[in-house]
Design a protein around this ligand. Structure first.
Ligand code: CDP
Length: 212
């Protein structure tokens, strides 16, 4: 069973996906980490964010250790990730890994939860359960600011808000796999919901979609 969870930045996808995966004993893939890892390597190795070929090569050569880098959540990496994610060769290079994770979840698990921007629309359009998690820009920026502030007390809310708006706009308007809900996705607006309430709603939807 595949659960696809998509939505804009800081909507609460990761928190929900991790909780669902733990509850159901499914494997979990945060697909954003793949784009973040390509971006972090490009920044670290001085690869231009306009060099499609070099970025495609980085995406093809990703290793598990790249997904463990401590800098993947840094704002500069978030921004660069949304730029490299707009490039078709980079996206193509990452499709097979995501699909095989979904189709044959590691650890012999009975299902997989994947979160990202295009899981329900492009990577696993055949997923049995699709959720689109969203919230107002203000709520999402505040959540991301609080998260960043734990690591960097100097994080500035206005900057976080502006970065998020730029990134959303890029994710929504790119030609390849733009961020949008799949036609058959259930949309949950988490603006006024606690993480527990989102989990309860999502679990009810998953249970209803579960075969047998
Ligand atoms: O945690 P947050 O929602 O801020 O970002 P993320 O899910 O880690 O994704 C980082 C960036 O990767 C996004 O801004 C997207 O541009 C890109 N991404 C994508 O294009 N497709 C995905 N399936 C996942 C992420």
């Amino acid at each position: 069973m595949i659960i696809a969870i998509d939505g804009p930045a800081a909507a609460g996808k990761g928190t929900l996906a991790r909780r669902l995966a733990a509850h159901l004993d499914f494997a979990y893939l945060d697909s954003g980490l793949l784009y973040r890892a390509v971006a972090a390597r490009a920044l670290g190795e001085g690869v231009s964010l306009d060099d499609d070929q070099a970025l495609e090569a980085l995406a093809e050569a990703l290793r598990p250790a790249d997904l463990e880098r401590p800098d993947l959540r840094a704002p500069a990496v978030s921004e660069a990730a949304s730029r490299v994610a707009a490039l078709t060769p980079v996206r193509q290079a990452l499709v097979d890994f995501q699909r095989s994770f979904a189709d044959s979840p590691p650890g012999g698990k009975g299902g997989a939860v994947l979160d990202g921007r295009d899981i329900g629309t492009v990577i696993c359009p055949y997923a049995i359960c699709k959720l689109y998690i969203t919230a107002t820009r203000e709520v999402r920026a505040k959540r991301r600011w609080l998260e960043l502030r734990e690591r960097d007390p100097a994080a500035i809310y206005d900057r976080v808000f502006n970065d998020l708006v730029v990134r959303d706009e890029r994710d929504e308007t790119r030609k390849d796999a733009p961020l949008k809900p799949a036609a058959d996705a259930v949309i949950i607006d988490t603006s006024a919901l606690t993480a527990d309430a989102v989990f309860a709603q999502a679990l009810a939807i998953v249970e209803a979609a579960r075969p047998g």
